[in-house]
Design a binder for this molecule. Structure first.
Ligand SMILES: O=C(O)CCC(=O)C(=O)O
Ligand SMILES: [Fe+2]
Length: 147
């Protein structure tokens, strides 16, 4: 759960720095009608207006890796508001910790090699939590560059 009280100088702080979620899917509820979530599309931050009784479903890094890059995790951030508090509830749908994460074997062929490293889920999450929230830097570091 995220709680951000009203802030007298909202332009000087951020609710949550730009990041992508490491999990597979995030189901997010913007609890009150305070706008704050933004997603990055084509390099531009787009506000996601809260809709009453609606969930937002975001793709996370695990989905990007598992789909071998077919689905991209979404970079997002949250802003604070001058007058209103903001509350959101995020539920992260993830793999178990005792599995190996990597591109699905059915998507990997000689012509379509794995685009991401394969590693244990525990190691994957530990690596994420040991870093700063810095855009999509973690999933980018998982990439395998084929020449
Ligand atoms: O507060 C929000 O709308 C986003 C929360 C979020 O990105 C997260 O908890 O990972
Ligand atoms: Fe997030």
């Amino acid at each position: 759960m995220n709680y951000h009280p009203p802030c007298p100088q909202p332009e000087k702080v951020m609710g949550l720095c730009p990041h992508s979620d490491p999990s597979a899917l995030t189901i997010l509820l913007q609890v009150n009608e305070t706008q704050g979530l933004q997603v990055k599309k084509d390099g531009i931050w787009i506000p996601i207006l809260p809709l009453p009784n609606a969930f937002i479903v975001n793709i996370g890094d695990t989905f990007e890796i598992f789909s071998n890059g077919i689905y991209k995790s979404i970079e997002h951030r949250s802003m604070v508001s001058l007058e209103k508090e903001r509350i959101s509830v995020a539920t992260f749908q993830s793999s178990r910790l005792d599995v190996i994460l990597g591109p699905a074997s059915s998507l990997v062929t000689a012509h379509n090699p794995p685009r991401f490293k394969t590693m244990g889920a525990t190691e994957f999450y530990r690596g994420y939590l040991n870093r700063k929230l810095l855009g999509k830097s973690y999933v980018t570091a998982m990439r395998i560059n084929h020449q």
